[in-house]
Design a protein around this ligand. Structure first.
Ligand code: DP6
Length: 344
């Protein structure tokens, strides 16, 4: 018997950033984080998982190229899903189809956006892998704890809309899970633009970058202990009230503090480039011009800006970007206009 399932999962963009782990193997963070799940039309991962009795071993292809299946994070996800599937089989009795459990899997995953350009490709990738594997093995229920073990930020892509990753307190990480704060339908006017300042691979990956930050930055320690807890409460409230100015200011401040911790890391890590800095200045000038906060930026581990604004400001803002950045942004092509979306 053969079995094949294809799913897609969306990218998420953190507005309160995750940076730093307290446990590297289980991927447990030093602070909670909050993100917005993007629309799947333009930024998504598509994963197909097939099982067959004729497969000799588990294998994986990423964007058409075979990768090493023995990667520890891949192994964690496979092991955890199979563990849940066995548990389900043992509890469910004869009605449950457990054929897949005796088979090896072939996994094929494709991103429709540049990998490792700081566009959270690992988040959509591992969310999609875990979700698709779960479907193949007939596993249901809370899966964000497994996606987390693939890549921290991936746990947030298991839900749509506005999502928090609660850091948890337990040593075993059982309480370090993602949770929806508000569904995608909550704030339909909210829009997201990605300004691609460079599609090159980032020089320092997030995994090793945050490791160095935890070891060397006292600002990061201060941020995790004394800044983020309050911001999580404020951000949840801003989203609930659909208070754009509050949401935007917290988003920009948190992005700036994250990049400040990167500078405070020793040796320092630079994710922003000249175009990023000019985008930051442009957004502040735009907001100042209107005397209100109409646009926000946030940057992950790369130079590309993610812009949040409301539908009514899009045409004017886009015109301004095209005026100030004719050749740089997206190689003269265009900005991606996105909205908030649902889960995989
Ligand atoms: C800057 O989830 O990619 O995007 O857990 O080591 O896989 P690992 O790291 P990853 O880190 C994402 C960092 C960030 C902020 C965020 O998404 O919250």
């Amino acid at each position: 018997k053969e079995n094949m399932i294809t799913c897609t999962a969306p990218v998420n963009i953190a507005v309160i950033k995750y940076w730093g782990k307290r446990n590297e193997d289980l991927i447990l963070p030093i602070n909670s984080s909050l993100s917005v799940t993007l629309h799947q039309d333009q930024l998504k991962t598509t994963t197909t998982v097939a099982t067959s009795r004729s497969f000799q071993e588990d294998r994986i292809w990423l964007n058409g190229k075979e990768e090493d299946i023995s990667h520890p994070r891949l192994q964690s996800c496979l092991r955890e899903i199979r563990r849940l599937a066995r548990k389900r089989r043992n509890n469910a009795g004869p009605g449950f189809d457990a054929t897949a459990l005796s088979h090896k899997v072939h996994i094929c995953s494709i991103n429709n956006f540049p990998t490792a350009a700081g566009l959270a490709s690992s988040a959509a990738g591992f969310a999609c892998l875990v979700y698709t594997l779960a479907r193949v093995f007939g596993v249901e229920g809370e899966l964000s704890g497994i996606a987390r073990q693939g890549s921290g930020s991936a746990c947030r892509s298991m839900y749509g809309g506005f999502v928090q990753w609660i850091m948890g307190q337990q040593e075993d990480g059982k309480d370090s899970l993602a949770q929806q704060v508000e569904p995608e339908s909550h704030w339909p006017e909210l829009r997201i633009l990605v300004l691609v300042a460079s599609a090159e691979r980032k020089p320092v990956g997030s995994t090793s970058g945050m490791q160095t930050s935890v070891q060397t930055s006292s600002l990061l320690k201060h941020r995790a202990e004394s800044v983020v807890p309050g911001r999580m409460v404020e951000m949840t409230e801003a989203v609930r009230r659909k208070d754009f100015a509050a949401f935007a200011e917290l988003t920009m401040k948190d992005s700036n503090q994250f990049h400040a911790t990167c500078l405070d890391t020793y040796p320092p890590i630079f994710y922003l480039n000249n175009v990023s800095h000019r985008i930051i200045s442009m957004v502040h000038r735009y907001n100042r011009h209107y005397g209100e906060t109409r646009v926000a930026y946030t940057f992950d581990a790369g130079p590309n800006a993610v812009i949040f604004t409301l539908q009514q400001h899009i045409p004017e803002f886009v015109q301004m970007v095209q005026y100030f950045f004719p050749p740089e942004i997206n190689g003269g092509q265009f900005i991606k206009g996105l909205s908030v979306d649902q889960a995989p």
